[in-house]
Design a protein around this ligand. Sequence first.
Ligand code: NCD
Ligand code: ZN
Length: 346
Amino acid sequence: MESLTIIQPDDWHLHLRDGEALKAVLPHTVRQFARAIAMPNLQPPVRNLADATAYRDRILAALPHSATFEPLMTLYLTDNTSPDDIVAASESGFVKAVKYYPAGATTNSDSGVTDISKCDVVFKAMESVDLPLLLHGEVTDRHVDIFDRERAFIENYLIDLRSKFPKLRIVLEHVTTSDSVEFVLSSDNTAATITPQHLLLNRTSIFQGGLRPHFYCLPILKRETHREALLEAATSGNPKFFLGTDSAPHARNRKESFCGCAGCYSALHAMELYAEAFESVNALDKLEAFASFHGPDFYKLPRNTGTITLTKQSWTIPRELPFPDSPLVPLRAGEDIEWKVTEGRV
Ligand code: NCD
Ligand code: ZN
């Protein structure tokens, strides 16, 4: 296949940051995606409708001229989130989900939930107004091996949560293991996003010829058998799996550091990376549904109507991009990639 035209995709898990960083990364997303679920892990986080309204306004103000893009807002669940916060957010029409981070799990998650069992009244409210719950599904217990933290979350918390609130729509975000794929397949009202890095790389990639800080994200890349299970799920045509880049920009000096931040930057070339992953298993015909249909269907939103075109055309991913303070290094910087978004929102 030399070119592929698909309905405009959306990114169902994206870190847009704020201020100058937001201005640096937003055009990359807008180039490919019509909408994106904007993660709420700012400092301080987006905790209520007032925060979400103000953040949405800042995103819209940062849009390139004439760009049409719809930020889909999320609230950051804390120990203090109330059912009233949920109802107000849901009535706004533009808050589309609530994000759960276990306290300390990842970048800017210090305000996260310390005890999930205390969130029952909030989950009940979400279930009754039908507002989806997005999970960073990892335990934070430092005695649990980092490669086992997703599976432990399913076993210790998610099975219970799923059965307690059967109608609550849950997205297990950025799944990284076959355990998660199996859980999602066997659970009603449950879906998952999958990132490009987890489809293309495995944990050995982090150590390929030396330590590769730009392949460090959370949940951490897993072994090859898990990557294969994710690729199979993404390309299966099953509507429970859809695109969410988890593009998470951090300046080079924060990544290449004594204690480097977690996050891969893929907003620049997300669709090209997904195309490469799907092509690797001869499943380009499944890309459109994964990128453009399953997400809006799960979120009960209309599908987009415009199109984008990907063309088989080799180009080199830049070594770095402009970013405040220190440059931003995109995923697989300096390497060639065989697909290019050539038409649509370019
Ligand atoms: C994200 C970030 O930097 O905000 N990092 C990451 O590795 N994915 C946080 C997150 O989604 O875990
Ligand atoms: Zn994320």
